[in-house]
Design a protein around this ligand. Structure first.
Ligand code: C2E
Ligand code: CA
Ligand code: CA
Length: 815
């Protein structure tokens, strides 16, 4: 058999490829040298079943199963080669059944190399796909000849509604649609023929209604022959970019609209230089946009505000704050800045909303003014004054300077208000306020403290003495200014101030104490007859407490009969005859002795006790006058002083009538009494005053004007009144005859009285020189210490009798 076989196998052994002869059971009958080389073994070691060791179990089982069928077959097998794995290979196995020989002729072809390169190509393709499908670009390749798609990545295919496999073979137009293809046609042609890349942008409507923006690049694929064989398509999705751009554009448009629609001024500046502004801003500051552009924003800020605005700019703060700008005309405009930093066209800009707050500020100022000022006079009010006083005291203490507080209270203001109405009262207060202001320096503080009270705070001199002198001067100025009659609805009205002064330091340590002490000094001024000023005096302040005690005692003084009338004689100047007297009130105080009217009349007036006391004085005076008349002493009329409280009181005329009637013969009593009214009492309500005086005159009473010359009464209107006598105030008489002013005034009053047919009496005559001067002027009567002091009833009666006797003696002795 071996011989037969070897003879038979020579042909196979010459073949370059591996050949294997198997029997029907798969035992190797022969292997050619190529097979032995392939298997890297000796041919002898491959015969029989030994060759099967080249196969793994699965391959072997499969192959043997096929070999069991006597039919040709071909298969591919993995052959592991040597035991060491050498010569492992993919083998294409073609088996031919030689029926006549009853054996298998197996021809093997080593396919390893092909198999390897195939796997490599597959791997390459897989990687390419991976890459193509994962780059953020749409990629496709079209064949130039028929515009069929040869390749597309997933993103490309999906974008055009298909997938990367289905798209292959479709034409350009089929993929992107006929309309789009037609549109792009020129670019495609250009790319194909000029062999130049073409790029364009287009919008893609999406199934969900949105729009995608794509940036398309067509790149020609030039073949080796130089003609265009294909076209690479690269597409970037620029939707996000375009939407962002659009958003910027839209916000830009919105901003522009806002800029022009806003009623408030808006200005943009970059690094402090104005780049844009809206019409309201231009209108506000009076410049055109052209004038503003390119100029530093700070040029339009009020100079005192520049540091603040600069600081905000430099810090890049986004805040709102109040400041001021200056318009073209140089006017300062209070504004609010609302500052924001923003990006515009890629630049960092500062946007400032400029809000005109003049109205708001005016309103605020008004509210502040209302809270701090008195609505009637426009002066600072009590609250404001207390604040200022506090500040000034602190400052004075720190600087070692002095302050003087003047507490001003208008005398009898309530009466004006009550009798003439609030409108007149208001006019008066406004006028007084204006006069106080006009009398002071701008640095002095003036306030309306309440009702008819005003406060003046003066910065004082270096010493208390100097300060006193200064205040004396200011107070005199104020007195003179305030009491000038005010024309209220055609009526001249005059009020006087009573002024109390307290100093800081010295009189008080706190604002409240300073005010309290100035107030008590003011009461002192009231008690000294009003229309004057007084300095705070601790001793007197303590006695102010006594005044309170006095008030309590005054009520009982009448019942206890503690009042008494003193009488002071009045002589006819030309012949020295005793013609009349003035009744002057005294209070015999149980503890304090004899009190003068100044010490208790202000207290009584405040309590309206003055009505009863005045009634008593009138009754008493009438009683005396009637008795003297009956006794033939003939001192008449007896002058009785009236208090304002009395004269103003309702039913005053009736009360006087009642007093006179009490003594039986009212008409006779009336003729013996003269009522003394001060000039000021006559000035209030001329109509009413005239009416009252006429009624009193009608009863037979005489009317005398007391303290004449101190009240600025309009001489014209005195003419209208039924006045019998004027009494020259003793302050003028006191300075006679040397003081030229007093002399002139006295002369004028005398002449006026004479021309009006009135009796003129001079009071307070103390010296012979005064008497002589008055005589020369033609004055009718004199009263004063030179003639005789006020005397108790009995003493006066004695004095009067002696006087009458002397007169008679003089008369009889004269020729
Ligand atoms: P008056 O009406 O001006 O009275 C004159 C005052 O001058 C009196 O003061 C009198 O004592 C004072 N006097 C008299 N001669 C001289 C003199 O030569 N030199 C000086 N310096 N003074 C002289 P008096 O009595 O203290 O009265 C003060 C004021 O009190 C009066 O001023 C008067 O306004 C008021 N008064 C007096 N009695 C009454 C009264 O019964 N009723 C009312 N309502 N007031 C009265
Ligand atoms: Ca008098
Ligand atoms: Ca008088």
């Amino acid at each position: 058999m071996a011989r037969h076989a070897s003879a038979d196998h020579t042909a196979w052994d010459a073949l370059p490829g591996p050949v294997l002869l198997l029997d029907a059971q798969g035992s190797a009958l022969h292997v050619n040298p190529a097979f032995a080389a392939f298997a890297r073994r000796d041919a002898a070691h491959l015969l029989g079943r030994a060759w099967q060791e080249l196969l793994d179990a699965d391959s072997r089982r499969g192959l043997l199963a096929q070999l069991a069928q006597p039919a040709d077959f071909a298969t591919a097998l993995f052959v592991s080669g040597s035991a060491a794995g050498e010569g492992a290979a993919w083998v294409e196995w073609a088996a031919h059944w030689q029926a006549e020989a009853g054996r298998w002729l197996c021809l093997l072809h080593d396919a390893s190399a092909a198999k390897r390169s195939e796997a490599e190509a597959r791997e390459q393709a897989r990687l390419f796909r991976l890459l193509a499908d994962n780059v953020p670009v749409l990629i496709a390749y079209y064949r130039a000849s028929d515009f069929q798609c040869q390749f597309a990545n997933k993103a490309y295919a999906r974008t055009f509604g298909t997938d990367e496999r289905a798209v292959v073979g479709k034409t350009f137009a089929e993929v992107i649609g006929n309309d789009a293809a037609a549109q792009i046609e020129p670019r495609v042609q250009q790319m194909l023929h000029l062999q130049q890349p073409a790029a364009y942008e287009r919008e893609l409507a999406q199934p969900d209604g949105s729009t995608r923006f794509i940036d398309v690049n067509l790149l020609p694929h030039v073949g080796e022959g130089g003609d265009t064989v294909g076209c690479f398509v690269l597409i970037s999705d620029i939707t996000r970019h375009r939407l962002a751009e659009r958003a910027v554009r839209e916000s830009e448009e919105r901003l522009a609209k806002f800029l022009h629609a806003s009623a408030e001024g808006i200005v943009f500046h970059k690094d402090g230089v104005i780049t844009d502004a809206n019409p309201p801003l231009c209108a506000l500051i009076g410049y055109t946009l052209e004038e503003l552009r390119g100029r530093p924003a700070l040029d339009f800020v009020a100079p005192d505000q520049v540091p603040r605005v600069t600081a905000v700019m430099q810090a890049g703060q986004e805040i709102s704050y109040e400041t001021a700008v200056v318009d073209k005309a140089g006017r300062r405009i209070a504004v609010e800045f609302i500052v924001r930093t923003m990006l515009r066209n890629g630049e960092r800009l500062r946007m400032t909303i400029v809000r005109d707050i003049r109205d708001r500020q005016a309103a605020q100022a008004r509210i502040h003014h209302l809270a701090h000022h008195d609505a009637l006079t426009g002066l600072p009010n009590r609250m404001s004054f207390m604040e200022q006083l506090q500040q000034h005291m602190v400052a004075a203490e720190a600087e070692g300077t002095r302050l003087a507080l003047l507490f001003i209270d208008l005398d009898h203001f309530k009466r004006v208000n009550d009798s003439l109405g609030h409108l007149v009262g208001d006019t008066l207060l406004r006028t007084v306020a204006a006069r106080i202001l006009a009398s002071l320096r701008a640095t002095d503080v003036v306030a309306r403290f309440g009702g008819d009270e005003f406060m003046v705070l003066l910065h004082g001199g270096p010493s208390r003495e100097q300060q006193r002198d200064d205040v004396d001067e200011v107070a005199r100025k104020l007195l003179a200014a305030i009491e000038v009659p005010v024309n209220a609805e055609g009526r001249p009205i005059s009020v006087t101030p009573s002024i109390g002064v307290a100093f800081f330091p010295g009189d008080a340590g706190t604002p409240d104490e300073l005010i309290k002490n100035a107030d008590s000094a003011m009461y002192l001024a009231k008690s000294k007859g009003r229309a004057n000023h007084q300095f705070f005096d601790r001793g007197i302040a303590d006695s102010a407490y006594a005044a309170l005690v006095l008030e309590g005692q005054l009520a009982h003084a009448l019942e206890r009969g503690e009042f008494e009338l003193y009488f002071q004689p009045q002589l006819r100047l030309r012949d020295g005859v005793l013609v009349s007297c003035e009744a002057l009130l005294r209070w015999n105080h149980p503890e304090r002795g004899l009190l003068l009217p100044d010490q208790f009349i202000p207290v009584a007036e405040r309590q309206r006790l003055m009505l009863a006391i005045g009634q008593w004085a009138l009754t008493e005076a009438a009683r005396c006058a009637l008795r003297w008349d009956a006794q033939g002493l003939a001192v008449a009329p007896v002058a009785v002083n009236l208090s304002t409280v009395q004269f103003q009181s309702v039913g005053f005329v009736e009360a006087v009538a009642q007093v006179l009637a009490d003594d039986g013969d009212a008409a006779r009593a009336a003729r013996l009494i003269e009522l003394e009214l001060t000039e000021r009492m006559l000035m209030d309500d001329i109509g009413e005053v005239k009416h009252r005086l006429l009624r009193l005159k009608a009863m037979g009473l005489g009317i005398s004007v007391d303290d004449f010359g101190t009240g600025y009464s309009s001489l014209g209107h005195l003419k209208e009144l039924p006045i019998d006598k004027i009494k020259i105030d003793r302050s003028f008489v006191h300075d006679l005859p040397d003081n030229r002013d007093s002399a002139a005034i006295t002369r004028a009053i005398v002449q006026l009285g004479l021309s009006l047919g009135m009796t003129v009496t001079a009071e307070g005559v103390e010296t012979e020189a005064q008497r002589a001067f008055l005589l020369r002027q033609g004055c009718d009567q004199v009263q004063g210490l030179l003639i005789g002091p006020p005397m108790p009833l009995a003493a006066f009666e004695d004095w009067a009798r002696q006087r009458r006797a002397a007169e008679r003696g003089a008369a009889t002795s004269s020729p």
